[in-house]
Each structure stands twice: as C-alpha cells, then as structure tokens.
Design a protein around this ligand. Sequence first.
Ligand code: HEC
Length: 112
Amino acid sequence: MKILKLLLPALMVLGLSFSTAWAAGQLAAERGEAIFNDPDFAGISTSCSSCHHNGQGLKKVGEKTGFNILGETEASLEDAVNYCIAIFGNGQAIDVDSPKMKDLTAYIKTLR
Ligand code: HEC
C-alpha cells in the first residue's frame, strides 16, 4: 500500500509533464503554420505556402538528414529554410536558434 502512495503521485507528475510537453509542441506547430502562411515573414516576397502549397515538396522533410537545393548542400532543416528565405523568397535569413525558426520547423515536421 505504501508503495502505491509513493508511486501514484510520481506517475501523475510524469503524465502531466508528458502532456504539457505534447501541448507545447502542438502550439509551436500552430504558430509555425501561421508563419508559413505569412507573406510578410522575414521580408520574403511571397509566403512559404504560395510555393509549398499544402506543404508540397516538404512532406517528410523533417526526417531527412541532408538537403540539396539547386545543387547546394544544406546541413540542416534550419539551413534549408534559410536558403529558401534568402534565395527563393528574396528575404532575410533568420537566426537558426530563434523561436520563429523553432516554430516553423515544428510545423514542417508535422507535414507527412
Ligand atoms: C518562390 C518559391 C519558394 C518559396 C517562397 C519558398 N520555397 Fe522552399 N523551396 C522552393 C524550391 C523550388 C525548393 C527546391 C525543391 C527541390 O530541390 O526539390 C525548395 C526547397 C525547400 C526545402 C528543402 C526541401 C528538401 O527536400 O530538401 C525546405 C525545407 C523549404 N523549401 C522550406 C521553405 C520555407 C520554410 C519557406 C518559407 C520561409 C519556403 N521554403 C519558401 C521554393 C520556394
């Protein structure tokens, strides 16, 4: 009985932190989707979604480990996003560790 008294709260805390982490991931992806559809993001000439309509060309991109765009090798998803911002969008690359990049990549990883 004593073990249950100890185990139960521990399990509850564990469950709560898992669901909190899940909800945080959901919110990040939702913010990322808004950025993806934003025509004014990072000074780009047109939104990500106008070229990648319905995530076109980005399905399962979150699972890739290497990127090659127009013969240029990009080491990470963040670098590939910045390449797109600068080269295709004519915009200003953003900090790879910024909250906006985290939200954007969280959304891209939901595309399958
Ligand atoms: C003007 C059109 C255009 C815009 C705007 C654009 N992209 Fe792209 N994107 C492309 C093209 C074209 C490719 C290269 C596809 C290929 O090589 O198969 C690409 C490639 C990518 C890749 C790499 C895909 C892979 O499989 O390696 C990512 C990630 C990406 N874009 C994300 C974005 C994001 C995020 C935005 C908005 C910030 C964006 N793109 C805006 C046209 C665009």
